[in-house]
Design a protein around this ligand. Structure first.
Ligand code: SAM
Ligand code: DTB
Ligand code: SF4
Length: 357
């Protein structure tokens, strides 16, 4: 449920900037403690080699981006990374895998073990593993998963322009499955892929219609990676990022808005305006999944300079394991594969072929 129509959201987005920031800051103060920033650390536990064709993603096998493929990380590797994340003040570890969807196999069982281990380290555990069924979400909940990240990334209309190997409705179905498992929802999107303001606002509208609304909403600026079809996109202008954060803040008043990918392109002052406009969370650590993130010492200095403190984890970080009964034999996941042609990607591929021949 939302009190806003898509047109009203566009109107908010187009409000004169300082007026917009002022309004967003007021909403922020109504629902959140403006002196706290929740800090998460990303960890790519399975990197590259993904079968999907997401035009923005350096981990899609079909694009030649130079990302080194890496099989699932061991317990020891994840343990060390989680310890480092905790030491820099992160309350949450978000483990990402370059998968289209989860399968009920040994690899998933291994991830369940990782979730359980990090939960025992008193950190909030988040995963982003692609599409999940209800039973898979319940298995994650039984292992102690706190949050699941699954982005809508854009409007339903523009999604078709960037991905042909899966459908938007499957993203929404995954979010429903996550909810049924009593796991908090983290879902947002990317700006700067060539979408219109209308697309950005429609995405926010779709997120706002979720009941309940997502607990976290990451706003990413596209990191244009060489080798992907979006490599030549111009870097998102700071004002647009501030506008998007502020609009998200107003439309999804209770959600924690996470200032996500693209911070390396934002000045300290632009980031300060994003915090003013209601960003209540960041990713810390010098790497996102595969691309760079600001230096952790610079981040600490920035938070200090602004008088912001990192938020402690929910209930000491340890989530009670759920006790869902799981019967995967009764479940037949049917994820769609639209397979339509994306003109821009085709043109890009042909162009690349000419260049490399
Ligand atoms: N494979 C899973 C999926 O697609 O849901 C999880 C990992 S995927 C890398 C997680 C998110 O990273 C995407 O939904 C997208 O929002 C973000 N992302 C990937 N590449 C990006 C880029 N170049 N710039 C900004 N965000 C990006
Ligand atoms: C999200 O919205 N952004 C993060 C996290 N959720 C998984 C990922 C950003 C990835 C940026 C590109 C990369 O580093 O590979
Ligand atoms: Fe694969 Fe996720 Fe990257 Fe798409 S965004 S190519 S599904 S890792």
């Amino acid at each position: 449920m939302t009190e806003y129509t898509p047109d009203q959201i566009i109107e908010i987005y187009n409000t004169p900037l300082l007026e917009l920031v002022y309004r967003a800051a007021s909403v922020h103060r109504q629902y959140h403690d403006p002196s706290e920033v929740q800090v998460s650390t990303l960890l790519s536990i399975k990197t590259g080699g993904c079968p999907e064709d997401c035009a923005y993603c350096p981990q899609a096998a079909r694009y030649f981006t130079g990302v080194n493929e890496h099989d699932l990380m061991s317990h020891a590797e994840v343990y060390e990374a989680a310890k480092r994340a905790k030491a820099i003040g992160s309350s949450r570890l978000c483990m990402g895998a370059a998968w289209r969807n989860v399968r009920d196999d040994d690899q998933f069982d291994h991830v369940l073990g990782l979730v359980s281990m990090v939960n025992d380290m008193d950190m909030e555990v988040c995963c982003t593993l692609g599409m999940v069924t209800e039973n898979q979400a319940k298995k994650l909940a039984n292992a102690g998963l706190y949050a699941y990240n699954h982005n809508l990334d854009s409007s339903e209309e523009y999604y078709k322009e960037i991905i042909s190997t899966r459908g938007y409705q499957d993203r929404l179905a995954t979010l429903e499955n996550v909810r049924k498992a009593n796991i908090t929802v983290c879902s947002g999107g990317i700006i700067g892929m060539g979408e219109s303001v209308e697309d950005r606002c429609k995405m926010l509208y779709t997120l706002a219609l979720l009941d309940p609304q997502p607990e976290s909403v990451p706003i990413n600026a596209l990191v244009p990676v060489e080798g992907t079809p979006l490599e030549n996109q111009t870097v998102v202008d700071s004002w647009e990022m501030i506008r998007m954060v502020a609009t998200t803040r107003i439309v999804l008043p209770r959600s924690v808005v996470r200032l996500s990918a693209g911070r390396t392109e934002l000045s300290k002052e632009a980031q300060a305006l994003c915090f003013m406009a209601g960003a209540g969370s960041i990713f810390a650590g010098d790497k996102l999944l595969t691309t760079p993130n600001p230096d952790q010492n610079e981040d600490l200095a920035l938070l200090n300079a602004l008088g912001l403190k990192s938020k402690p984890p929910f209930k000491g970080g340890k989530k009670e394991r759920q006790q869902f009964e799981v019967d995967e034999t009764k479940e037949r996941p049917k994820w769609s594969r639209p397979g339509h042609t994306i003109e821009a990607n085709e043109a890009y591929r042909k162009n690349k072929k000419v260049l490399t021949e």
